[in-house]
Structures are given as C-alpha cells and as structure tokens.
Design a protein around this ligand. Structure first.
Ligand SMILES: C[S@@+](CC[C@H](N)C(=O)[O-])C[C@H]1O[C@@H](n2cnc3c(N)ncnc32)[C@H](O)[C@@H]1O
Length: 212
C-alpha cells in the first residue's frame, strides 16, 4: 500500500500527463524491470521547474539506466545534463539508451561514486537532481550547492521514503539510521536561511530547494 498518497489520486493525476511515445515505451520497459526510475508526477514537476527557470543545465546524482536524464534533456530541448552513476552495469546501459535517443551530445554520464566525483565536475547548473544513496543527500547537496547558479533549484527525490520519514510507526528497524539521516537532511535544507525549501508529497516525496 502507498503510505504517502492514495492510489486513485496518483492514477488520476498521471492520466492527465502527456508523454512522448518513445519515452513512454522506455518508461514501461524500465517499470517492467522494476528499475527505480522517477515517478511520472515527479517527472512532470521537474518539467515545470525546467520551464519555469528556462533551464539549460542540470546535474543529476543517480543515473540508473538514464531514464530521468533523457526525460530532462528532452524537456530542455537542448541544454546539457551531467549525470553521475556508480554502477558500471547501469552506466553502460545508460550510455546505450542515451545513444538510442540520439542525446549523446547533450548528456554526459560520469562513472564513479558521486561523493568523490562531484569534486571534479566543472560548470554551473540551473538545476540539481539528487536521486541516489539517501544517506549521502547532505553531502550531495553541499557539493552541488557550490555549482548552482543564483536562483537555481535543487530537487531531492524520495525524501519521505515510503512515509517512514514522517512517522516513527512506519519505520522498520533496518532503516532507522537512513531515516534519521533523511530527517536531519530535511531539517538542514528547511532551516538554513540561504534556501527556501518546500517538501511535496509527490511520488516518494520530493524536496524542492530554491538557492536564494
Ligand atoms: C533511484 S536510481 C536513479 C534513477 C534515475 N534518476 C531515474 O529516475 O531514471 C539511483 C541510482 O543511483 C546510483 N547511486 C547510488 N549511490 C550512488 C553514489 N554514491 N554515486 C553515484 N551513483 C549512485 C545507483 O546505482 C542507482 O542506479
């Protein structure tokens, strides 16, 4: 059971989202394989942010097989995405998928642990999309922060983690540390006066942080 949103609401909202045919096929293929790609309603919110900011550059932590980077690149209609992935298997798959969408000139995939790789990324970005190991969100955020353009937005996915972050009753024992880390992270990005953060119960929870 979905511990964040009611299923009929998600279904209804998603029924209103228009999708490119090829991207839809790719999404369905990823979903069949149970790959952890962005929820459609989260994708739609990212698309809104891209249009709002007239974004031309995005850094993403957590490529997986490239679904969200392809989605964001298409939503930008050009521009560049730099995306980081630590699994060699997913990295290779992402390269193949990006080529299949003919977006290899728009999307750079970097292989390695983002905790280290982020120190070597060059450039400045309108949007950062954090969608990888949840225990490191604070580190990813601070490293991305240094590369954000003024007025840029950092989006952090899965921050409510199946509702566990919002309620002790839902927390399973082996996730206790992770949930504590996510709560500290949300407190940090909510309290710090350099940012304005709104936490949306979209998908598995999306934090939207404006860098003032
Ligand atoms: C939720 S998936 C990303 C999904 C993708 N953003 C999408 O929506 O299509 C998370 C990915 O992050 C990768 N990952 C986890 N921790 C990482 C790290 N420290 N550095 C780089 N990649 C990491 C995992 O291997 C996994 O493929």
């Amino acid at each position: 059971m979905n511990k964040i949103n009611k299923e009929y609401i998600d279904l209804y909202i998603n029924s209103l989202i228009k999708e490119d045919e090829k991207l839809k096929e790719f999404r369905e293929y990823c979903e069949k394989r149970n790959l952890p790609i962005i929820h459609r309603e989260v994708g739609q919110y990212i698309k809104l942010t891209i249009n709002q900011l007239k974004a031309k550059s995005i850094i993403e932590i957590g490529t997986n097989v490239g679904f969200s980077s392809i989605f964001m690149s298409m939503a930008m209609n050009g521009g560049k995405v730099v995306t980081l992935e630590r699994s060699e298997k997913f990295y290779n798959e992402a390269l193949k998928n990006i080529k299949n969408f003919r977006l290899e000139n728009n999307i750079s995939v970097l292989l390695g642990d983002a905790v280290e790789l982020l120190d070597h990324v060059e450039g400045s970005f309108d949007i950062a999309f954090i969608d990888a190991a949840k225990s490191y969100y604070g580190i990813f955020f601070d490293k991305c922060l240094k590369m954000m353009k003024p007025g840029g937005i950092i989006l952090s996915d899965n921050v409510l983690y199946q509702g566990m972050v919002a309620s002790d009753e839902l927390v399973v024992r082996r996730k206790k540390t992770l949930v504590r880390n996510l709560r500290n992270y949300l407190k940090y990005i909510s309290d710090d006066k350099r940012f304005v953060t709104s936490i949306l119960p979209l998908g598995d929870g999306l934090a939207v942080t404006l860098i003032k």
